[in-house]
Design a protein around this ligand. Sequence first.
Ligand SMILES: C[S@@+](CC[C@H](N)C(=O)[O-])C[C@H]1O[C@@H](n2cnc3c(N)ncnc32)[C@H](O)[C@@H]1O
Length: 288
Amino acid sequence: MSQTYLSLTVELPEEASEAVQDLLHESGALGLEVRDREAPLMPGVRGPNPGEAIIIGYFDERDTAESARDEVASSFPEAKLTLDEQPQQDWSNEWKSLIKSVHVGRLWVGPPWDKANAPAGTVQLVIEPKMAFGTGDHPTTSLCLAAVDAYMAEHPGAAVLDVGTGTGVLAIAAKKLGAGRTVATDNDPISVELAQENQTENGTPDIEVSGKELTQVEGTFDLVLANILANTLIELAPLIVAKTKDRLVLAGVLSHQRADVEAAYRNLGLTVLTGATQGEWVRIDLQR
Ligand SMILES: C[S@@+](CC[C@H](N)C(=O)[O-])C[C@H]1O[C@@H](n2cnc3c(N)ncnc32)[C@H](O)[C@@H]1O
């Protein structure tokens, strides 16, 4: 059975707003919402009449809410009062509906609670949304997943480097699709920790995940992936190109930034291939 809570809505002249807020606090309100000229309203929320304020006190017990209503009524006879019962929403689980699983080529990437819905025959990655970027549903990630799928289909055993790995999603996808040596780096220690956790969870423990700078990473790679941001991609261009043996895939670039990023890599001798776009986001594919 879902829990309920009570909301006591008080509408009255704005100058009495603070006094009512104090009274509601003293009367046992667990929380207050104030709608007045100062506070911007959420879309779809009813605002106060001119010169008035709306103060809503939230209570978990009917007795407390009713005695608060009586107190406000006797101290502020001009106030309009409404006591409502509201179903309690389960906010701790509400956000889960915002995380979407994705199906890109042979790959399915989704959160643990959606795994049962993964289509049969897909290569499945389970990524629990935490503090790292890369649950799969961001356009930049899914653009890269498509590139990983296509490249790995043609180059089984390819060595793969994932720069800015976040959750590790691209490196794990590459490994599951048959990559050989796979290295993943990120300059954010939390991402490194979570990528390591995810590689274990997904049964790809031999990915070399670390916070190493590119100058510390040994060797070159058939496929290099870097889903970072345009300015970082430009800054890191010489180091990224030095690690690329064959194909380089860049993402995290908005369409108006494309020309600058492409120029930085063309100047280092790479050829721009046909990439891909999703909304405002572009993926730049390059060939050594
Ligand atoms: C947009 S996320 C991409 C995550 C994942 N690769 C994906 O495709 O979903 C970018 C990641 O790059 C990392 N990053 C940013 N600047 C970096 C740098 N200079 N070197 C390494 N990683 C960097 C961030 O910490 C973040 O985890």
